[in-house]
Design a protein around this ligand. Sequence first.
Ligand code: PEP
Ligand code: MN
Length: 261
Amino acid sequence: SREFKKEDSEINVKGNIIGGKKIPVMAGPCAVENKTILMNIAEKVKEGGATFLRGGAYKPRTSPYSFQGLGEEGLRYLADAREKTGLPIITEIMDPRDMDVIIEYADIIQIGARNMQNFRLLLEVGSVDKPVLLKRGLSATIKEWLMSAEYIMSRGNQNVMLCERGIRTFETATRNTLDLSAVPVLKKLTHLPVVVDPSHGVGKWDLVAPMAKAAVAAGADALIIEVHSNPEEALSDGEQSLKPDMFAQLMKELKPIAQAV
Ligand code: PEP
Ligand code: MN
């Protein structure tokens, strides 16, 4: 909490600061699909100005019959893409049994919305020396979310960032309701960096850019955005993925907003 620590926490990932003056952007596909596609997207988001490469190798899909991710093979492709582009990688952990292999590859570990209150998983990531991006649960209050961050930090890992990714409401025009008021609320309550995921927040590619800009204006410390070279063919979340040129355009438009806040 702010009472415990007054100044903002900064998380340094290979020289890239999250929680500082700059607003780093994590970009890439929802899921790692194959090596060629990932390499292509990685190079494009790097060109566009991304600081981190995102990509899931273990995917929490609603249907057990949907693509579940490539597992360790996907992690290897992420590492190849990091080598090629220099972008550090963020990827999701779903099961503590995958911890050893994930920490071998990941620069930031993502806890997905569906696991925000998987307390055993939280304790496990709390025990390793890797920054953690903790997504807000589908129906979690800010208080519950902060208690989940406490679970991680109680085990010693202080490098936690919070990611607003939309919550369930009665509204159906968007996939979720992106709660941007969570950003200033969290800034008041906690010293932890606040990340916003407009992609899962709205679920539709044409709504991603306006909400990304609004997130920066609201005080977000970083963004995480889904980008795919061929969204129509994507194995997951194509409808909310930006094409690389749209991503590059958005990055340009974010600059003046970031400078103004
Ligand atoms: C994702 O980042 O692709 C993802 C599954 O996110 P969330 O946990 O927010 O649904
Ligand atoms: Mn996704």
